[in-house]
Design a protein around this ligand. Sequence first.
Ligand SMILES: NC(=O)c1ccc[n+]([C@@H]2O[C@H](COP(=O)([O-])OP(=O)(O)OC[C@H]3O[C@@H](n4cnc5c(N)ncnc54)[C@H](O)[C@@H]3O)[C@@H](O)[C@H]2O)c1
Length: 377
Amino acid sequence: MSQPLGVGIIGCGNISTTYFERAPLFKSIEIRACADMNRDAADRRAAEFDIRSETVDGLLRADDIDIVVNLTIPDAHWPVSKDILSAGKHVYSEKPLVLTLEDGRAMRDLAHAKGLKVGAAPDTFLGGAHQSARKAVDDGRIGKIASGTCHVMSHGMEHWHPNPDFFFLPGGGPVLDLGPYYIANLVNLIGPVKRVAALSSMATPTRTITSAPRAGEEIPVSTPTNVHALLEFETGATVTFSASWDVWAHRHAPMEIYGTDGSLYIPDPNFFGGEVLITQRDSDVAPVGDGGHPFSRNNQTDNGHGFANYRAVGLADMAVAILEGRDHRCALDRALHCVDVMVSILKSGETGAFVELETSCTRPAALGVEEARGLLR
Ligand SMILES: NC(=O)c1ccc[n+]([C@@H]2O[C@H](COP(=O)([O-])OP(=O)(O)OC[C@H]3O[C@@H](n4cnc5c(N)ncnc54)[C@H](O)[C@@H]3O)[C@@H](O)[C@H]2O)c1
């Protein structure tokens, strides 16, 4: 086997565009085919990006596909990933990897039995901003991490997504939808979580879609849309995490980490770039600097604003790991630990009790400037 590995995509909806557009940046992967339960959606993407449209079964049987990327909705992640592994192909899944620990363990057993790798988004913690923060932590610039705060709060998803139903059903909600970006970056910076506690609620039992084409339609809410959690890490660090779709405006920063010798102000971990700031003891606030990290560089614009988008880097790193027989950064055990953190937060919200985590994991290897450059074409 040699670079590039052949990639197929199942699920040709909203986020698939980003994968089709960004994957060509990376030399270890080549998207060759796509499929969807809605054949028209697959045909459209195939025509747009000049690749093959397949049925789901056809894609799973294709000899030129080594890794299948699962971009279906959260509820379908495990059944589709199970079919991919059963067909003898590596899986890279959008987040959340699975919705229960039980399914995650079954996935791990199946992958081990088949000798296949599983990877999962998010990969934004591999962005230049978050790797610069990681370097500052590893270089001891803020001392031992004692605590931190994370906030991801907005007024929801029904104003932009064309089919926002899944966001408000079990498997959706702000913790499972946006939590992965924050938890994955906390694991990147601090390591695994030991126990959690949370309060949860929902402001309204229904929401009204305001985006096209279903504007005006009322949809049910059956999962918490407002969660305030406490996370205790294995290192002893404690972090608050607030995730809500019931907030119109606020002034909290996305992520701040406090150490014995200083603080780090970290930009939104849903994105690859942005400026990381540091204070050391009582010094003034200063930029950490990215050391020329390639995944800080703006490569896309949205409404005139430039931003860095290197989505699929986790998939590219997994392809290299398959070829080299090494651990990949967005690996199953880390994604499963993130699921454990998130479902434990939701469980604590229901029961009012602290929940001890059942899983642990190692921190992913840092992705330095040279190795990051080496992934690009
Ligand atoms: N939209 C975003 O900005 C975004 C960002 C990051 C991550 N994600 C994640 O990506 C995933 C997909 O999100 P989306 O916004 O693209 O959703 P979407 O509803 O726009 O697209 C999902 C596609 O999957 C197909 N599908 C569903 N079940 C299937 C099955 N069993 N077999 C084959 N095809 C199936 C649907 O027909 C649809 O075309 C979700 O897990 C979401 O959390 C989305």
